[in-house]
Design a protein around this ligand. Structure first.
Ligand code: FAD
Length: 220
């Protein structure tokens, strides 16, 4: 996909979701959606099969659970890497990966854990030869439930935010031909939903594109 000079990975064009509808039959177990993006004014030129990156926003419910697990209020100020200030709520929505636990968060929680049993369990996961066990543990936790399981550990909101990984864009393959659809991009998105740790989880970006992004507002 080639971009108008003005837009790049560092200065992405913000498109809007024009339409979305489910392709898979309800009850089929799969939730595949046809999503139409409006790219009017972008000057973007693409071919079918090209990929585009979408910057998602975290689910507001997940953000509130994370704020609660951090024992914060949400209005604390957090500086990003460029020194720009955001409220904790906005930072968690737009900047932080709150669905995956970074090694830094894991190590720091382990270091600060005062409950000996929990500390030893984390030390074991972080020790040599426990790669698979660690992977399995991380696969069934998001930041909020990891913090709740380690309620003894305290961080300032900014400290914890700076230990988290950044929220990254996801790639999607373009299924439309520009000659046919003009200023639109059509995507086929497989909504990711699964259960771990007795909790229903949703893929960050697929949930955003298929459910959360407001229609006809520049948001993706
Ligand atoms: C070049 C390219 C093109 C792509 N094109 C498309 C496309 O056209 N359409 C499309 O739908 N996707 C496409 N993808 C995939 C897309 O980029 C995303 O990875 C996908 O949509 C999931 O993103 P998400 O943010 O919803 O999920 P995330 O929040 O990133 O979650 C994904 C993670 O969830 C975890 N997970 C998933 N299932 C389970 C489970 N059962 N149990 C435990 N953990 C689980 C895994 O850790 C996985 O890494 C493409 C990827 C690439 C690289």
């Amino acid at each position: 996909m080639s971009e108008n000079q003005t837009y790049s990975r560092l200065n992405p064009f913000v498109a809007s979701v024009k339409e979305r509808h489910r392709l898979s039959k309800s009850g089929s177990g799969k939730n595949t959606q046809h999503v139409t993006l409006d790219i009017s004014g972008s000057g973007i030129v693409y071919q079918p099969g090209d990929s585009l990156g979408i910057y998602p926003t975290n689910d507001p419910h997940l953000v509130e659970w994370t704020i609660f697990a951090m024992r914060a209020k949400g209005d604390e100020l957090i500086a990003d890497k460029q020194g720009e200030l955001h409220s904790l709520r906005t930072y968690l929505q737009k900047k932080a990966n709150i669905t995956e636990i970074s090694r830094k968060v894991l190590q720091e929680v382990c270091g600060r854990q005062t409950n000996i049993e929990k500390k030893e369990a984390l030390e074991h996961l972080l020790s040599e030869g426990q790669k698979e066990a660690l992977k399995a543990y991380l696969a069934v936790h998001e930041v909020w439930d990891f913090l709740e399981e380690n309620i003894e550990v305290h961080f300032s909101p900014e400290e914890l935010c700076h230990l988290m990984m950044p929220l990254l864009p996801r790639l999607y393959s373009i299924s439309s031909a520009q000659k046919v659809v003009g200023d639109e991009i059509h995507l086929t998105v497989a909504m990711l939903e699964y259960e771990t740790n007795q909790t229903q989880r949703k893929g960050v970006c697929t949930h955003y594109i298929c459910n959360l992004a407001p229609l006809n507002e520049k948001s993706v």
